[in-house]
Design a protein around this ligand. Sequence first.
Ligand code: NOJ
Length: 756
Amino acid sequence: MKKITACALGLLFCLGMKSQTNMSTFISDLMSKMTLEEKLGQLNQLTGDDINTGAPSQTKIGKELIAGHVGSVLNVQGVEKIRLLQKMAVEESRLGIPLIVGLDVIHGYETLFPIPIGLSCTWDLKAIEESAHIAAVEASANGIAWTFSPMVDISLDPRWGRMAEGNGEDPYLGSRIAEAMIRGYQGDYSGKDNIMACVKHFALYGAAESGRDYNTVDMSRLRMYNQYFAPYKAAVEAGAGSVMTSFNIVDYVPASANRWLMTDVLRNQWNFDGFVVTDYATITEMQKEGWGIGDVKTVSAKCLKAGVDMDMVSQGFISTLGQSLKDGTISMADIDRACRRVLEAKYKLGLFADPYKYCDAKRSKEVTYCKEHRDIARRITAESFVLLRNEGNILPLDKTKKIALIGPMADNKGDIAGTWSFSAKPEKYKSVYEAMKAYVGKKGTILCTQGCNLLDDAHQQQAVSNGHGLTPVPRVDDAEAKAEALRIAKQADVIVCAMGECAWMSGEGTSRADLQIPAPQRRLLEALKELGKPIVLLNFTGRSTVLTWESQNIPAIMNVWFGSECGDALCDVLFGDTSPSGRLTMSMPYSVGQVPIYYNHLQTGRPVADGEPYRVFASNYIDQPNGPLYPFGYGLTYSTFSYSDVSLSSPEMNSNGSVTATVEVKNTGSREASEVVQLYIRDIEASISRPLMELKGFERITLKPGESRKVNFAITPELLKFYNYDLEYVLEPGDFSIMTGPDCKHVSQAILKVNK
Ligand code: NOJ
């Protein structure tokens, strides 16, 4: 009887009356029955790895669940397994409080979209929202109530492998994408297919020194507010239900223990009303072997006090907060506050009303990797590819020709889904080779070979392509593999190289100091180039890589970003059914020496414009330009576009007024194609130094050959504001440069005078 109390009560409360008052009364009532231990249990998240063996109730997690010591579980997969866990929580624990089960569903569940950096390159907010919704539909049908996504950390340093999981370097674009993903995952929480989002990693995780994952971060508050905070804030304002802390320090205090960050900024300034979870084992890592700010008891108390509500797997909260309460370092109110927030999340998701809401095996069969999802993923994946070069219009390819497909990614199913794709089922989708063969059918010929090793170092190759449940990229004998590659290439009309990074060369813990195509692949590319045949490089990657040599030697280059439908989507673009339309969301450097590199940087006192020759005593390099090889916003199509100069509806506006900026764009080529029209603004003179330009709007349009369209952008005060020296959000009247164009390097500008 007692075991169904919480859920039975929840059902009564939830039936048609989802008001805040009902939630609050329900939770107060439930909490009045909870022991301290049970309250701490709600703050404890365990990994479900061990339920893969043995009877669930006999596993560690099963026992803890029944004892009421667990509020959440992560890393369990399979709807039946999750149902068993939920059953133990609901039917065998004293109060029957349901579990919230979380997983990293960051670019789809079984239907895998391009990795997030690739999705961002679509600049298509509708598509991104759709992808998040489909991820939620599949995950929710498989027991998952909570995804650890979106990751909105701005990254200016491609050495950091987690650039793959974010949206690139821009705060404005990153904010819009964060909002779209929250909408896609959460909806209004009412549907069976709405799951809770988790914005991560709060905060500044992408600014790790030297691009080395988990490393120190040191940043001025002005930079936080004007550059790095925007996407987290946008996600919170879009209603994100939870926030995950970051591994790094902020002002020398690990983020999870930083009260200023977790309470003053997140709660008081941004009004966040969801719950905060640490990242994996963060509390453990704050002890002297790691950040060194205290033993587990001290740091657990600090984190709770700072504003953290749930401890991901460290078990610091559950094991020490009771004693800290006795010692008086924390109060019952601190524990109650955190417990209430976790219970509220469960209530909002409807788990008290129906704890098995996400455990519908029938729905799982119907929706997981269904045809409809795959078709949408194929379309969105095709939208994400960024064509960097296409000299002599090598692309699109003629499918009746003989094609040599070469490289470690050519016939590789394990890796094609990309980083963080634990639910991928490689047996269900195609490699690039399989997709190409199916696409050309009897009309053409595809010859294929791996051609080289992924990396020279066998240990490194094993490390990046193993341990993630993937089939490792095979080791090959260099000379033999190269000979075979040359043999098939000689027979072919065109060579397509599927090279670059495998899935886990980007993502967590995958920093790289050298950003070029790995050496063995580069050597093969050089040898293939010597054949003098048309070559296309498909650059598989999760970050900005250095393609300086390739850009001088390989006529066609396209960045591709994984996904279960990547093979089919590549055929759609390579053979010209659709024109490439992705645009870079991060600058691609000439060399790693330019890193960090980003378009929205400040001016210096001794500026040198990109493209000008080297000048001594000025801010530039002797041996390389300041600007990138490929700029933010850049990408080619199979057509061409012309832009008019930007015009303003009025050259002046009041600080509470608005003007319209207009640019006319024409498709001057011979194919239908999509263009991303971009708006940038510069505050020319202000009380603090302001960036040279900042993205403030964009519109993705599709034009037929010869068609033109006027694109309007409303310039509102909001677009002109920034945080001043005192961290006040202000608009300072004066002159602003309003710029439009196809990327950040090719813009026309008009001056707007803003009066008081
Ligand atoms: C660690 C990662 O930093 C985080 O992004 C992820 O959500 C958690 N592990 C859970 O898997």
